[in-house]
Write a protein that binds this ligand. Structure first.
Ligand SMILES: [Zn+2]
Length: 388
């Protein structure tokens, strides 16, 4: 069983007083790291994982800053032409002794983080908002790392936390479901169902709005579709079109799709993430002719399709065009050229992006894990890609 490290950025809700303290902390941290960089730079040899204890005295944060500087100097010295590095990052690495996660709930916030503060014996208490995907990852047995990072991005503060998730192998006895992402109805399944029917209107309504800090409602809708599919089809592998598949002919459909490729990818990525926790896979198949082939008699003709309707010119079979697409996609899975998604995208990096702060789906489901730090975490949800 392999494991992936997922990264979640939680927004820190800091009042003015706390902002001042955080700013001071960031400034102090930069200074301290650079001070230690200068110190370690003088050393004839920088080896081992930890700096000499004598140089890290002065409290936990000094220790963390020294550790940071040690790593920076170590990698800088490895360069062919080593130059004294300068640390300019607006981020603070908090090792496990410098941070306490606390899950007592108030009306407004459901995760509080206590970070060691500059003044001795004082801790800076930072309220963060619960988010669902992090919550789910922990409920599914993911291990929250006891270290974290405070980040300052465009004047706002975030707490970056890490969850180690064991990937569940997909069960070979899983059933299969074909999925087609159409332009009119967001998602059609080979079982004849539609998901996210309201997505199209939502997209039109919100097309020209900018969502710099928040996840777009359309992506939220897709996330919801992924949640729903996972819930409605347990022990099921999902079969989708491989948009990058290099087949003989697939242009017409790819062309038709050029505006919703990102939606397709967003949904696929989301399902892959669910699959790693739940033990199913997303299988991608050759999309050629999936919109023109009759599922009954296999007759291929682009005339079979007329807008949303599919009517076979040969046998008269008719259905919604997107359902037909999903059925054909499912059929492809038995063919030799299908590749499990998990085999082709192993190097994914899970970074949930700061643009995605309030995943509404995060509020659902009460965690059952009794471990004290596992209760109230939330999710930033979504991927950081720009839509379009
Ligand atoms: Zn037919």
């Amino acid at each position: 069983m392999s494991a992936v490290l997922r990264v979640f950025k939680l927004k820190i809700y800091a009042n003015k007083n706390k902002l001042v303290k955080l700013d001071a902390l960031i400034a102090w941290w930069q200074q301290e790291v650079n001070k230690k960089i200068n110190l370690y730079w003088q050393l004839p040899k920088v080896v081992g994982s930890f700096p000499d204890k004598e140089t890290t005295k002065g409290g936990r944060l000094v220790k963390d800053a020294s550790q940071k500087a040690w790593g920076i100097v170590k990698s800088a010295k490895k360069q062919t032409n080593p130059q004294l590095p300068i640390f300019e990052g607006s981020e603070i690495d908090l090792n496990e002794h410098s941070i306490i996660f606390q899950d007592f709930t108030t009306r407004a916030f459901d995760l509080w983080v206590k970070a060691t503060h500059l003044e001795k014996g004082h801790r800076l208490v930072l309220p963060c908002k619960k988010i669902g995907r992090l919550n789910r990852a922990i409920v599914k047995g993911g291990k929250l790392r006891r270290s974290a990072k405070i980040l300052k991005v465009k004047g706002k503060y975030y707490l970056q936390v890490y969850v180690k998730v064991s990937e569940k192998e997909s069960n070979p006895t899983n059933s299969k479901l074909g999925i087609d992402v159409g332009l009119t109805n967001a998602v059609a399944t080979s079982s004849g169902k539609f998901y996210g029917k309201d997505l199209r209107d939502l997209r039109i309504r919100t097309k020209h709005r900018k969502y710099l800090k928040k996840i777009s409602p359309f992506k939220q809708g897709l996330n919801h579709v992924a949640n729903q599919l996972t819930k409605d089809y347990p022990s099921t592998d999902f079969v989708m079109e491989d948009l990058l598949f290099k087949g003989k002919k697939k242009r017409s459909k790819t062309f038709r799709r050029r505006n919703n490729n990102w939606a397709y990818k967003h949904l696929a990525n989301r399902l892959v993430q669910h699959g790693e926790l739940e033990g199913f896979q997303v299988i991608k198949v050759d999309p050629a002719y999936t919109s023109q082939t009759c599922p009954e008699c296999k007759y291929v003709d682009k005339e079979n399709r007329e807008g949303d309707r599919f009517i076979c010119k040969k046998c008269g079979y008719s259905n919604h065009a997107d359902i037909v697409g999903a059925i054909n996609i499912l059929e492809r899975v038995s063919q030799a050229h299908s590749v499990p998604e998990s085999c082709i995208e192993k190097e994914r990096v899970y970074n949930d992006g700061i643009e995605t702060l309030h995943d509404r789906t995060g509020k659902q489901g009460a965690p059952t894990n009794q471990e004290h730090h596992s209760k109230h975490y939330g999710d930033l949800g979504g991927d950081p890609q720009k839509e379009g």
